[in-house]
Structures are given as C-alpha cells and as structure tokens.
Design a protein around this ligand. Sequence first.
Ligand code: FPP
Length: 237
Amino acid sequence: MDTETRNMPDHIGIIMDGNGRWAQKRNLPRGYGHKEGAMRVLDIVKACYKKDIPYLSLYAFSTENWKRPAEEVQHLMALLQKFIAKYIAEMHENGIRLNVMGDIEALPEKVRESVQGALQTTADNSKMVLNIGLNYGGQDEILRAAKSLAKDVEAGKIDADAIDKEAFESRLYTAGAPPLDLLIRPSGELRVSNFMLYQLAYSEFWFSDVLWPDFTPEVLDVALRDYQNRNRRFGGI
Ligand code: FPP
C-alpha cells in the first residue's frame, strides 16, 4: 500500500535542522543553508497538502536561537518575511491557515507585522494548518498556559479543581489542534530540543541523517511509511 491510502498522521511536527552543516559541506556561508531550507518548507507544505494532512508544525526559530550571531538572526528573520510575502497569497487561495507558536512581540517590527498580516489573511481557512514555531519554546508554552489558568483562578473565573486537560490545552498555542502524531527530526541529532513538549506525549519519533535542505517529499514518504507500520498503543496493550 502506498502512503496515500491508510493510517496517515493528522499532525506532523518537524524540527528543521542541519541547514548550517549543509552549507558548510559546500563551503558556503550558513545563510545559503537557511535559504535552501526555506525552499524545503514550501515543498513539504505542498506535499502534506496533497496528502490531506491537516496539521503541519515546523520549528523555525526557538527561544534559544537568539544566541546566534546577530547577522544570522537577521538573515533568518528576513527569510521568514520574504517567505510570507511570496507565498501567503497562494497558501490563502488553497485554504491554508497560518498559526504561530511563540511570542511574536519580540520579533523585529517589520517581521511581526508581516506575520500578523498573514495570520489575519488566512484566519478563516480550514483545509490545512501550517503552524510555525517562532521565538518558541515548549517549556515557555507550558508556563504560559499555567500562568493564564492561575490568573483566571485568582480572578475567580475558574475553579482550580475544574482545571482539566481540555482547559489546559485551550491555553496552548495549538488550542483546537490534535496532538502530534509524528515528530520528525533530520540531521542526525537525537533530541527534542524544547519542541512541542506537551503535544508530543504519544507522538511517534522519526530521526534521519538527512540534512533539512536535502529533505525532499520522497524523504517524507519514507517517514510516513515507517509511521504507518508502527503499532501505536497509547498506553494500552
Ligand atoms: C536549523 O539548522 C534551522 C534553523 C534554526 C532555522 C530553520 C529555518 C528555515 C528552514 C528557514 C526559514 C523558515 C521558514 C518557515 C520560511 P541549523 O542552523 O541549526 O543547522 P546546523 O545544526 O547544521 O548548524
């Protein structure tokens, strides 16, 4: 059976990694790797769209990525802005909704404005959600949800004993989205790096040595075939 026909994930998360090493291997500045990586974003969004995968979450910029040289941070921000300017109309036409995880207030003004514009433009779309982690950290997200609930308890809006999974999940950046079914990390690193810590509770993990700029839809197909052969038990037998 091919990947089209059975047991597809509803929600895929990808830690896009290896852009720097891809460029280094070619004696190019790291920025070339990010640029090529941005093209793979487009390819993989299209591939997921064609396969009717309704949620795709991508880690584009972590709360820790500010530690990189200012020039690289600026380059990543500029790439994101360009990506939105170039492709948001097409995404909108195809019914893709953009969602962002992370504190976008800290982004440079121009980038923040373009992200906010794209969020507004695509807000009513329902064919697919492209969820991008920007200045995102999983621990931050959980703390933010806890604080938001604590404030509502303090204000008497909700009873502490009434806090359940649903109430907690409604305060996450992914409110309304299904949990992660499949977490993909290319580039040979075997870690989660603060990505979607809450949502990955029962996720299947798929790691590969392929660097993100080499991550084609064919590589995604390999991951999907592996996923389809996993026996997910969710704690049962
Ligand atoms: C990790 O590679 C990648 C990033 C920190 C950025 C990911 C960004 C993009 C793919 C481009 C822009 C995004 C969008 C949504 C258009 P790395 O630099 O850590 O690679 P290395 O580990 O080989 O150094």
